[in-house]
Design a protein around this ligand. Structure first.
Ligand SMILES: [Cu+2]
Length: 174
């Protein structure tokens, strides 16, 4: 009788131990995958872009920015006017333009932003990742932001749910 009772207990113990190992492995894998991305120092093609600290960027119904590469002088104010030139309603095709600190994990930021509907997709949990952002714009609306960058490469994106994957660009400050 003892053996009969022992067997399930042993199986349970083994099960727990195996489970523990799996969790450990999973945690290690995640840690490797979420390592901070290497910080870029330049972007191919930037030499063909005019150096200017005043830019106008448009976002459209195809979820695209018309400008995806911006070149600015570091240490001086940059002014970006962002226009939503689409016609679809803000609720289904709103756009913003968010300039992020270097090295931010975009899928993580994108997920937090998508969940931040009450604050127009500006995630309060990730405010330290944001250098500047426009309002969420409906069709025909525009907004202007001003900020100053140190030398480096910065990503800007639209945080409306599902947009950042293709609606993003780079700013090179030199
Ligand atoms: Cu958008």
């Amino acid at each position: 009788m003892k053996k009969v009772f022992l067997a399930p207990i042993l199986a349970l113990a083994l099960g727990i131990s195996a489970c523990g190992n799996n969790e450990k492995k999973a945690a290690e894998t995640t840690a490797t995958e979420t390592e901070t991305p290497a910080v870029e120092t330049t972007v191919p093609g930037i030499e063909n872009v005019t150096l200017s600290n005043t830019w106008t960027v448009e976002g459209n119904d195809q979820m695209k920015f018309n400008t995806e590469l911006i070149r600015v002088k570091a240490g001086e104010p940059v002014e970006i006017t962002f226009k939503n030139v689409g016609e679809m309603p803000k609720e289904s095709m709103g756009h913003n333009l968010i300039v992020l600190q270097p090295g931010i994990d975009l899928p993580t930021f994108g997920a937090e932003a998508a969940a931040a509907r009450d604050s127009d997709y500006i995630p309060k949990t990730s405010l330290s990742s944001i250098i500047a952002h426009t309002k969420l714009l409906g069709p025909g609306e525009e907004d202007k932001i001003t900020f100053t960058l140190e030398k480096g490469v910065y990503t800007y994106l639209c945080s409306f749910p599902g947009h950042y994957g293709i609606m993003q660009g780079k700013i090179v400050a030199e």
